[in-house]
Write a protein that binds this ligand. Structure first.
Ligand SMILES: *[C@@H]1O[C@H](CO)[C@@H](O)[C@H](O)[C@H]1NC(C)=O
Ligand SMILES: *[C@@H]1O[C@H](CO)[C@@H](O)[C@H](O)[C@H]1NC(C)=O
Ligand SMILES: CC(=O)N[C@H]1CO[C@H](CO)[C@@H](O)[C@@H]1O
Length: 381
């Protein structure tokens, strides 16, 4: 067996995640590659590697289980109806509009819906689950998932991410971009420590024009250095940035359309905070970078992730939380941007601690232990 070196095994996981990622479900079925690497015969066919966190996973699972009751409770389909989750630790509450659309559209007896729901619930009868998270980040929810599953084969083996400074981080996941990585890093190298706000909404979401102009206004009002990453491709370059914005902010801001080496940027000493849509990858990358997060969730598990980061972990502040169309107040956002770089922020102190915990977890810590236990159990089957 070649699993003694955990870093090695984790790289294999990364490889696996890259190759078999099913984007719509955030679910991966672990197959041959990992087991061949480990020289173990595959005997488990339902093992899940979830790329979401354990908190959002608890939330989604409970929703699938109780969606009929939830709909009945919210008779009028009030968008602001607060859905309370009594069975989830810390009693989280979510307004109705944050419930994924597929569930809000549920109709009793609808065949398609029922079979999808059955499948999602059946996922929880799998032999085990590996979460891309770590114990210090989500311990109560990992334990909660164990109680849902009815056994202990729920492991937190993360953060599983590409190497920070290796070729994968810089170029491997690369794509079309208006600014080369070289230029990005030269620009960052000239900035003081933790003086730059990095703004990026992931690969799926795009700000509408109102949101972009509120954000641009906030950036102009603030004093921060910033890198603003905008979605785009060679074929579609719809420039939503207000005209004259680049000239007005001058060398204080860098605007990139297309792909950026996000993890390498978040771990750069000059980056101090991150305006994020709270996708789980971005969340983990922010923790690895030790940067304060300003949350701006839009869809799916992003609301649950934001709630975890702001309300429970205290490592983030809310930048905008009204949903996919909501527009932040520019003056308030400017204040948050300035404040997010202050060294005294309690969020900064806490994110630094959590950053250390993440490192500990994968360097002979809880994630190493969970991965070893998993490998041992698999090899005994
Ligand atoms: C999350 O990270 C994994 C591993 O690097 C990658 O394969 C996947 O595409 C990422 N997901 C998104 C939504 O970017
Ligand atoms: C900036 O950060 C780097 C890396 O963390 C550190 O070595 C250096 O001393 C810092 N510089 C200042 C002026 O604090
Ligand atoms: C491993 C497994 O059973 N995954 C299932 C989880 O739920 C979705 C939705 O029904 C299925 O498509 C997956 O196959």
């Amino acid at each position: 067996m070649r699993h003694q070196k955990v870093t090695h095994v984790q790289k294999d996981f990364c490889l696996l995640v890259k190759e078999d990622y099913i984007s719509t479900l955030n679910i991966i079925i672990v197959i041959d590659i990992l087991f061949l690497e480990l020289n173990v015969i595959i005997v488990i066919d339902v093992l899940l590697l979830l790329l979401a966190g354990a908190f959002s996973s608890s939330f989604i699972h409970t929703l699938w289980r109780t969606i009929e009751q939830a709909i009945a409770k919210n008779g009028d389909g009030d968008e602001n109806f607060l859905l309370a989750f009594q069975e989830i630790p810390n009693l989280p509450e979510f307004p109705w509009w944050q419930v994924p659309q597929v569930m809000r559209d549920y109709e009793t007896g609808d065949q398609e819906f029922e079979s999808f729901r059955k499948g999602m619930l059946a996922n929880m009868t799998s032999w085990g689950i590996l979460y891309n998270t770590f114990e210090k980040l989500e311990e109560v929810y990992i334990n909660h998932m164990k109680s849902i599953m009815g056994h202990d084969r729920v492991w937190a083996v993360g953060p599983l991410l590409p190497e920070t400074n290796g070729p994968i981080a810089i170029t491997g996941r690369g794509g079309w971009s208006t600014v080369s990585p070289d230029h990005l890093f030269t620009w960052l190298d000239e900035k003081p420590n933790e003086s730059v706000v990095y703004i990026c909404f992931g690969s799926q979401v795009e700000l509408n024009e109102k949101q972009m102009s509120a954000l641009a206004r906030a950036l102009e009002l603030s004093k921060v250095n910033f890198i603003l990453c905008v979605k785009g491709s060679e074929s579609s370059t719809i420039w939503t940035i207000p005209s004259g914005f680049e000239d007005r902010v001058g060398n204080r801001g860098l605007i990139v359309m297309g792909w950026v080496p996000q993890l390498a940027m978040l771990t750069h000493r000059a980056v101090g905070s991150f305006v994020t849509h709270c996708g789980w990858n971005s969340t983990l990358e922010a923790i690895i970078g030790g940067v304060v997060m300003l949350t701006w969730p839009m869809i799916a598990d992003q609301f649950a992730n934001a709630a975890l980061l702001v309300d429970q972990l205290g490592i983030a502040k809310r930048a905008c939380d009204g949903g996919p169309e909501s527009v932040p107040d520019s003056v308030e956002l400017a204040r948050l941007l300035d404040e997010s770089l202050s060294v005294e922020r309690p969020e900064r102190v806490k994110i630094k601690e959590l950053n250390q915990e993440a490192t500990n977890a994968v360097e002979q810590g809880t994630s190493t232990r969970d991965l070893d236990t998993f490998v041992k159990l698999v090899s005994e089957i």
